[in-house]
Design a protein around this ligand. Structure first.
Ligand SMILES: CC(C)(COP(=O)(O)OP(=O)(O)OC[C@H]1O[C@@H](n2cnc3c(N)ncnc32)[C@H](O)[C@@H]1OP(=O)(O)O)[C@@H](O)C(=O)NCCC(=O)NCCS
Length: 179
């Protein structure tokens, strides 16, 4: 697993960079967005200390189980616009997750970030398969999956409990290194 400090991924209008302590206030603001609270709920209390712990955990890839990058403004790397990460990395498999801040939505940023991290993970981490799950009730996330090349594989029934405490059906999408 590379050191997160040396990984920076770019593309047209895209910068994925390591998480920094200074991102904590913006992370806390993002968590307070109702859509992120619903579809990417945090276990911790929503306060600055929890956000600081979160960015440090996301910046530390030493467990080998995750790689996580901040989506930043390519013209101002200090401005955090979102999150993209691979979890449950094991035996060539992983799962991908993401969110973007309200002000950055609707311009293809999440799709580009998912696509870029996926391509890097196949090339540099040697992964074989990455899964992407989203609630059927979250159609914007389904579009991100489709736009990032994740094929739909089926519907998981009542498979995950989201921020409101209810279980939701989810679509399972995946990409293979050989796709
Ligand atoms: C889902 C999310 C990551 C999308 O981020 P984004 O940067 O706006 O994504 P993109 O611009 O790449 O693509 C969004 C797509 O969803 C579509 N979309 C947005 N709202 C939608 C809605 N209510 N219904 C259907 N499609 C919707 C957009 O039109 C766009 O598709 P298009 O390019 O075909 O027009 C963002 O809305 C978010 O962070 N939501 C809250 C947290 C979340 O849902 N995380 C994912 C958990 S699996």
């Amino acid at each position: 697993m590379p050191d997160s400090a040396v990984v920076e991924l770019t593309g047209p209008g895209l910068l994925l960079r390591p998480w920094r302590d200074a991102d904590a206030p913006a992370v806390l603001a993002a968590w307070r967005d109702p859509a992120i609270a619903q579809w990417n709920p945090q276990g911790d209390p929503l306060d600055l200390a929890a956000a600081r712990r979160w960015v440090r955990w996301r910046a530390d890839w030493s467990s080998g189980g995750h790689v996580s990058l901040a989506v930043a403004d390519p013209t101002d790397a200090d401005t955090m616009l979102g999150s993209v990460s691979l979890h449950r990395i094991s035996g060539g498999d992983a799962s991908i997750g993401y969110w973007t801040v309200v002000a950055a939505r609707g311009r293809g940023l999440a799709s580009a970030a998912v696509r870029r991290l996926t391509e890097w993970a196949f090339a540099d981490l040697g992964l074989d398969r990455i899964e992407l799950c989203h609630a059927v009730a979250n159609p914007a996330s389904c579009r991100v999956a489709e736009r990032a090349g994740y094929l739909a594989e089926g519907t998981l029934r009542q498979s995950h409990r989201y921020g409101d405490g209810r279980r939701y059906d989810e679509h399972l999408h995946a990409r293979l290194a050989t796709d």
